[in-house]
Design a protein around this ligand. Structure first.
Ligand SMILES: NC(=O)c1ccc[n+]([C@@H]2O[C@H](COP(=O)([O-])OP(=O)(O)OC[C@H]3O[C@@H](n4cnc5c(N)ncnc54)[C@H](OP(=O)(O)O)[C@@H]3O)[C@@H](O)[C@H]2O)c1
Length: 334
């Protein structure tokens, strides 16, 4: 089995979680790390036992030993940094959202095609084992015909103009950071692009969205009602409703469990009858599944993962572009 040598670009908050998972995976090594601040890269190298530490991003990207680079910077920089890696022939796993808008996303796909390099957006939720169970329940008709999906991801983060969530120059706001998860879970259930998207939002003092509601209608008749926000904690769960039952997914973006409800008489019974609970805890912290998928794809010579296809990313970016146009959210650098 070929050992996949990884590099990490921009070792911040999420990169620590990623590295914690990476170092447990057989057939993969953390080869190098690069930061704008060399001391931060050196501390990260020591903490996770990386083979080396690059002087800067350019040195990491040019390192001939590296197979794959994990891009973990704020959204605004994803497109440029990803394309720099792809042009050097590196495989890229880039944090979500893959770019700020669909136009940038298309440039990333074009670069991956041109340089025959693997590219995947790091939407960790898509690889969590519990979603295989949920998908089986839906496809086996356990809840009958699906008519709606509801998902809510709101967290209470005190306003801080310097925080990337509230900074327009870093493409902040609830939608791109949190809203991408309820959209993703709806897309996973329905597996087609919506034919109608309607959105409303409250834009805060820095001009980015702080509370956003979305309704998506799909060609197969499913309606998804989704919301996200940064000023209040919300239910943090997802429900999938069908004419014979429902599925509840607590903390759906990092899900380890789900409950199937199959009431005897769906017309009259409470939605919460006849529960079957499934619990599939993460082996490490949940990031291991997306890393394993990249390793698998690279060994198989793929440029795209069938589990997180470019079309999946494209559909989600298109929805977020549509929502932003409706709520009037444009970033200063766009
Ligand atoms: N999958 C998930 O569960 C998950 C969770 C959280 C975040 N994310 C995503 O991961 C990305 C990073 O989030 P984070 O919370 O890890 O961010 P963060 O800790 O604030 O920043 C990560 C790194 O980005 C660089 N950076 C930070 N601010 C910058 C600026 N103003 N200009 C240029 N570079 C800057 C820094 O790299 P240097 O060390 O090189 O300076 C920093 O170490 C976001 O796109 C976010 O959506 C994903």
């Amino acid at each position: 089995m070929k050992t996949i040598k990884w590099g990490i670009l921009a070792p911040g908050n999420i990169a620590h979680k990623f590295a914690t998972a990476l170092v447990t995976i057989e057939g993969a090594v953390l080869h190098s790390v690069a930061s704008r601040d060399t001391a931060r890269a050196q501390a990260f190298q020591q903490l996770y036992g990386a083979t080396k530490c690059a002087q800067d991003y350019a040195e990491l990207i040019a390192d001939p030993e590296i197979d794959a680079i994990y891009v973990a910077s704020p959204h605004r920089y994803h497109a440029e940094q990803t394309m720099n890696c792809l042009r050097a022939g590196k495989a890229v796993l880039c944090e979500k959202p893959m770019t700020v808008n669909l136009s940038e996303a298309e440039q990333v796909f074009a670069a991956a095609n041109e340089h025959h390099a693997f590219y995947m957006e790091a939407v960790w939720t898509r690889f969590m084992p519990i979603y295989k169970q949920i998908s089986s329940w839906v496809s086996e008709g356990k809840i009958g015909t699906v008519s709606s999906v509801q998902a809510s991801f709101g967290i209470n983060v005190p306003f801080d103009a310097a925080h990337r969530l509230y900074a327009p120059e870093l493409a902040g706001g609830a939608l791109l950071d949190l809203g991408i998860y309820p959209i993703t879970v709806a897309q996973m259930v329905v597996d087609q692009a919506p034919d109608k998207v309607v959105a409303v939002a409250e834009l805060g003092q820095s001009g980015v969205d702080e509370s956003t509601g979305m309704a998506l209608h799909y060609p197969n008749g499913v309606v998804a009602t989704l919301n996200c926000g940064t000023r209040a904690n919300s239910s943090l769960d997802c429900w999938i409703f069908g004419d014979r039952g429902s599925i509840h997914i607590p903390q759906f973006w990092q899900a380890e469990s789900a409950t199937l409800y199959q009431p005897e008489e769906s017309h009259h019974s409470s939605a919460r009858e006849n529960a079957t609970e499934c619990h599939l805890p993460h082996a490490v912290n949940g990031y291991e599944y997306e890393i394993r998928e990249v390793n698998r794809c690279l060994r198989a010579g793929l440029v795209e993962s069938p589990l997180m296809s470019w079309q999946h990313s494209r559909d989600v970016m298109h929805i977020m572009d549509t929502v932003r146009a409706q709520i009037g959210l444009k970033f200063p650098f766009e």
